[in-house]
Design a protein around this ligand. Structure first.
Ligand SMILES: Cc1ncc(COP(=O)(O)O)c(C=O)c1O
Length: 387
């Protein structure tokens, strides 16, 4: 990333743009698997790395590079590496930075598929994993071992919007000589800058708010150049690379990220305040509510509450499914980060592959519903919920 003093909004629309000889104004979409060299000498220099030009789109590609540079500018990172999905960003980071036998500490409050990746694959590969409660700093400290390499959190977490104090956890990671990884999917750099707060690495599912319109799968890892080089080698050799088409979509998505995040957060807060007063609801989980158990931390490290909220209905699965089935406008889908509001029942969708004990441990009850609030008028969302 080239150092620049531009503000977020400017970087979101301008950073990373690489113009071809045609002088296109909108960024180009480079659908090419490989790149042509002037001669054999240039080919050899590209392959050896002496010439920094493009080689093959498994390594990188101009459209992918523009997306990487723009996201790096927004997160304040030295380097960004784009991946084929959020899950491959997590996989690449752990496989590149750890070896079998290393120890990592992982928050219990993470996306269900991330739990599956740790429990069914990274543990089989020989990673020693301790799961701890996200906001319980004493547990993080007590779990540190001599060979602890990485800390991994989502904050706010999916779906309960639990929060950890990133600065305090970063201090603990430093004490453990480990690196702190933050999955910044829910806030995005528009609302939260984990690297500024002391984190070492950021993970994104670009599939969510970076795209913003539910079109493409993708991911990203961001951090210091020396850390990223290992991850780049992993990507280059395993092919967890982002398609240029998807990168181009995300590049355009970043242009409107801030205004979407601000409006969707404002809608989410209005909906959360409404739900909190409803007699059929026992609890609302949203970091922008004063009743949220970590409201003061959220206020300190996030500029707004974000667009995802969850709530527990009085009753159980029957009542939760009935509410979901009565909606006509909200999209019943497990994705989030879209301009269209989505509604899901985490216990039987995103977190259904966890055991009952794991769900209980993470607080994912049968009465829990998650809404990722979009850009519709919030009164239409409230009407559609028929509470
Ligand atoms: C917080 C979080 N991280 C990572 C992922 C995985 O991203 P992807 O679906 O792009 O692989 C998700 C997906 O929902 C998520 O919610």
């Amino acid at each position: 990333m080239k150092k620049n003093n531009k503000k977020f909004e400017t970087n979101a629309v301008r950073s990373g743009t690489e113009r071809s000889q045609f002088g296109e104004h909108s960024e180009g979409l480079f659908l090419t698997s490989s790149f042509v060299f002037k001669n054999a000498q240039e080919a050899a220099r590209r392959f050896s790395g002496d010439d920094p030009g493009y080689v093959y789109s498994r390594f990188t590609n101009p459209s992918v590079n523009m997306f990487e540079e723009r996201l790096a500018a927004l997160e304040g990172a030295e380097q960004c590496i784009a991946t084929s999905s959020g899950m491959s960003a997590i996989l690449a980071t752990f496989m590149a930075l750890c070896k079998p036998g290393d120890h990592v500490i992982v928050s219990k409050s993470i996306f269900g598929t991330s739990v599956q990746l740790f429990n069914n694959f990274l543990s089989k590969w020989g990673l020693d994993i301790s799961f701890v409660n996200l906001s319980d700093l004493a547990s993080w400290k007590n779990s540190i071992k001599k060979n602890t390499k990485l800390f991994f959190v989502e904050t706010p977490s999916n779906p309960l919007t639990e929060i950890v104090d990133i600065s305090k956890l970063a201090e603990l990671a430093k004490f453990a000589k480990a690196k702190l990884i933050v999955d910044n999917c829910f806030c995005t750099p528009a609302l939260q800058l984990p690297l500024k707060l002391g984190a070492d690495i950021i993970i994104h599912s670009a599939t969510k708010y970076l795209d913003g319109q539910g079109r493409c799968l993708g991911g990203a890892v961001l951090g210091k150049r020396n850390v990223m080089s290992e991850i780049f080698t992993f990507l280059r050799n395993t092919g967890v690379s982002l398609s240029p088409f998807n990168a181009w979509i995300f590049l355009k998505g970043l242009e409107t990220l801030k205004i979407r995040m601000e409006q969707q957060s404002s809608n989410a807060l209005a909906l959360a305040l409404y739900l909190e007063k409803n007699k059929n609801i026992s609890k609302v989980y949203y970091p922008g509510l004063k009743s949220h158990s970590q409201y003061s931390i959220a206020k300190k490290q996030q500029s707004l509450g974000g667009a995802v909220l969850s709530f527990s209905l009085k009753g159980g699965k029957k009542e939760a499914w009935s509410l979901i089935n009565k909606t006509r406008m909200l999209s019943i889908t497990a994705n989030l980060g879209d301009t269209k509001s989505t509604i899901t029942h985490p216990a039987t969708t995103t977190h259904s592959r966890l055991t009952q004990a794991e769900r209980d441990e993470s607080g994912i009850s049968d009465s829990l519903i998650r809404i990722a609030v979009g850009l519709e008028n919030v009164n239409d969302i409230i009407t559609d919920l028929k509470l």
